[in-house]
Design a protein around this ligand. Structure first.
Ligand SMILES: Cc1cc2nc3c(=O)[nH]c(=O)nc-3n(C[C@H](O)[C@H](O)[C@H](O)COP(=O)(O)OP(=O)(O)OC[C@H]3O[C@@H](n4cnc5c(N)ncnc54)[C@H](O)[C@@H]3O)c2cc1C
Length: 468
């Protein structure tokens, strides 16, 4: 059987675009979550028709197919949980067209997000979604996870820029959703359904994206507060005043301690938290907006306000934010980075609950994130060699999710469910919604060959898959 499958894969992808030797397939068994799987084969698609052929084969053998962009996902979404075929889209990386007048572009899924941004910027256009992984993650992966980043506070997330998708569904072959029209209300909004579907419904082969005119180069403003509450209330007041920072990033004192310990930055003892604002409004109004944010910050008890207007100074301020991840990895080797989101006004409550959880389970939990969206990165640190600490980290995650849901929030604002969060998804959505989602899944993928083992918990009563 193995030999037969290999020959059939070879007839679709040729020998050069089919890997099966352990040393070749191994790197495709993991993603940034560090979860590991078993890629039997890796294939590199170059066109939608090859994906159609792959699904015919997969449906007839019941062979799992795992779509993969750059493998930078944080929840194991691209990890092959059973021996099957990893379908890499990395070679479908062309910009098919840029329609400057309508400010729309059509791309293949494997284009790296930062590369697309550079290309459209060269003609004065702007693709705003900015996951921190933009220098290596792909548009296909971003669309499949609904990725967001610091600019979401002003510009929204990937979902807000996807106008249409060409995709291959295991049940349907090639489908096209959406249109180039800005307004389009015909039929169910399948584009929105596909965005964030984490490679469980269909494989994207072309994506139609909305662009904006490029804004003026941004300025940055770092504001120090005595505590968490003042910082978060300040963000709420800034947004309530109708001001539009293009980022409003929060860092708590534990984060600052970690950064100070492992970099050249240092922070005065009375600083309880920092906010990093970015402002990219037109230069004509820029000064007015910056002054207004400064004043609101002072009204909320800001200890210090630092404005950066030239490129080097701006870089320096953003480097504080960028040095968080490397600094944290030196506190403990193990890190569970939860990307929970709550209504913005609940951030102070979340931050104080996190500190209680940290104390209760005796593990460090520094917090930073996108305060403007209520989306925080809660970093549960543990030593993987210490069984007790590892167990307590798991308990801390459960308690965190309980608190977040109690506040009306969500267990993931950015990274998605994948494998890592599948045990918790029913707690957020409830069994009826899960059943409905499963029926939708089966309409696209009746044999459950597409990215099985993700989102849905195996062996649930409703997982009633048709045998091929
Ligand atoms: C250092 C670092 C920083 C990060 N920062 C952010 C951040 O700021 N914001 C954020 O949202 N995320 C962030 N992430 C997570 C990750 O980069 C995103 O989830 C990203 O969107 C994944 O893209 P990818 O190309 O790597 O996809 P992969 O990891 O390869 O896949 C992710 C999911 O998409 C599916 N998929 C991929 N391509 C397709 C396709 N063509 N069709 C259908 N399904 C597909 C896969 O099956 C999988 O379920 C970060 C990760 C790292 C390592």
């Amino acid at each position: 059987m193995e030999e037969k499958i290999r020959r059939e894969l070879e007839s679709i992808f040729g020998t050069e675009r089919l890997y099966f030797l352990p040393e070749d397939v191994l790197p495709y068994g993991i993603d940034a979550s560090r979860l590991e799987g078993f890629p039997g084969y890796v294939v590199f698609a170059e066109k939608a028709e090859e994906v159609v052929e792959l699904f015919k084969l997969a449906n007839s053998y019941g062979l799992p197919v795992y779509p993969r962009g750059a493998g930078s996902g944080m929840v194991g979404g691209a990890v092959p949980v059973e021996r099957g075929v990893v379908l890499s889209l990395e070679r479908m990386n062309r910009i098919i067209s840029i329609d400057e007048k309508n400010m729309i572009c059509e791309v293949e899924p494997g284009i790296v997000t930062g590369e697309l941004q550079k290309q459209v910027a060269s003609i004065g256009l702007f693709y705003p979604p900015d996951p921190s992984s933009l220098s290596f993650s792909t548009i296909g992966g971003n669309v499949a996870t609904g990725a967001g980043g610091p600019r979401a506070v002003k510009y929204g997330v990937t979902r807000d820029y996807v106008m249409g998708i060409e995709a291959v569904a295991p049940s349907e072959g090639i489908i096209r959703t959406g249109s180039k029209a800005i307004k389009s209300v015909v039929g169910y909004d399948l584009t929105r359904l596909l965005v964030g579907s984490e490679g469980t419904l269909a494989v994207f082969t072309r994506i139609l994206l909305r662009l904006l005119p490029a804004p003026d180069p941004p300025w940055a403003m770092l504001v120090a507060f005595p505590d968490a509450n003042s910082a978060v209330n300040c963000v709420c007041s800034v947004l309530r005043a109708g001001l539009t920072p293009s980022a409003a990033e929060y860092m708590d004192r534990d984060i600052l301690n970690a950064v100070a310990q492992y970099s050249d930055f240092c922070f005065a003892a009375n600083v309880g938290s920092l906010l990093l604002f970015e402002v990219d409004d037109s230069m004509r109004f820029r000064k007015f907006i910056v002054d207004a944010i400064r004043q609101i910050s002072i009204d909320h008890g800001a200890i210090e306000v630092q404005l950066a207007t030239d490129e080097d100074e701006i870089e320096k301020l953003w480097n504080i934010r960028r040095s968080i991840s490397p600094s944290l990895s030196r506190i403990r080797r193990g890190k569970i980075n939860e990307d929970v989101a709550v209504p913005r006004q609940s951030i102070p409550e979340l931050v104080s609950r996190v500190k209680e959880i940290s104390k209760k389970f005796s593990i460090p939990i520094p917090v930073f994130g996108h305060a403007g969206d209520g989306n925080l990165h809660v970093n549960i640190m543990y030593d993987p060699a210490d069984d007790g600490e590892r167990k307590r980290a798991g308990q801390a995650v459960e308690e965190l999710f309980y608190e977040v849901l109690r506040m009306g929030g969500t267990i993931s604002g950015e990274h998605g469910v994948g494998i890592a969060k599948s045990p918790f998804i029913t707690k957020e959505l409830g069994p009826s919604v899960m059943e409905l989602m499963w029926r939708i899944k089966l309409a696209f993928d009746p044999h459950n060959i597409l990215n099985p083992g993700k989102m849905f918990i195996p062996n649930r009563a409703f997982l009633n898959v048709k045998k091929p």
